[in-house]
Write a protein that binds this ligand. Structure first.
Ligand SMILES: Nc1ncnc2c1ncn2[C@@H]1O[C@H](COP(=O)(O)OP(=O)(O)OP(=O)(O)O)[C@@H](O)[C@H]1O
Ligand SMILES: [Mg+2]
Length: 182
């Protein structure tokens, strides 16, 4: 993985696969600490699965093949001196928290969060997505429930013109957020 936004896309896909209808993605930059937190209301994980989910090397040959999304995210976080934590309850949901030291030479660049969010909304326009990017006391917030209210019930968020507008809007707001810090 080359960008944090691609890791974000990856864990969002996990939540969508877990049938989540609500996703809260929080990106918090506070000094040299960057924290990415995704909370969903999907199917959750059993304690057994949860115990293995972040680490492919603990699985044995008799268990199901494990994916690489979460272990790679853990690696990206730990490479910087950060960490990954996963909390999950079956039938309730899952929270994945990845903390990075952004001043570490191995920290991945943030990448294109606008593309990650636009792809997510296009693929799952019915999901309630709340994205909050906090940076040094300021924040940008995108709430698809609010967008839906503003656009009216007849317009799907997945319409190409709507998606392009959303992506441009996020890109603008993200740039404004980075430009404001020195
Ligand atoms: N948000 C979630 N809700 C419920 N289960 C999850 C969630 N995230 C991960 N899991 C479970 O943990 C497993 C491992 O996730 P991981 O992202 O590491 O791999 P994957 O999604 O199976 O494959 P890959 O990401 O490599 O395509 C998933 O297969 C799924 O069973
Ligand atoms: Mg995955």
């Amino acid at each position: 993985m080359k960008e944090l936004s691609l890791h974000a896309l990856d864990i969002i896909q996990n939540s969508i696969a877990a049938k989540a209808t609500r996703l809260d993605l929080l990106l918090e930059e506070s000094g040299p600490i960057l924290t990415l937190t995704l909370t969903d209301n999907g199917c959750g994980m059993s304690p057994e699965l949860l115990a293995r989910a972040g680490d492919p090397f603990t699985t044995t040959r008799t268990t199901r093949k494990m994916g690489l999304g979460l272990p790679l995210l853990r690696l990206s976080a730990e490479m910087t001196g950060g960490s990954l934590s996963i909390d999950s309850r079956e039938g309730i949901g899952t929270r994945v928290t990845a903390a990075f030291r952004s001043d570490h030479i191995d920290c991945l660049p943030l990448g294109d969060m606008a593309a990650t969010l636009a792809l997510t909304i296009q693929g799952a326009p019915e999901v309630d997505l709340l994205y909050i990017h906090r940076k040094d006391g300021r924040e940008f917030r995108l709430d698809t429930r609010q967008l839906r209210r503003e656009l009216g019930a007849e317009v799907s968020l997945a319409e190409p013109e709507v998606i392009l507008w959303i992506q441009d809007y996020i890109r603008e707001q993200e740039e404004a957020l980075s430009a404001s810090s020195i």
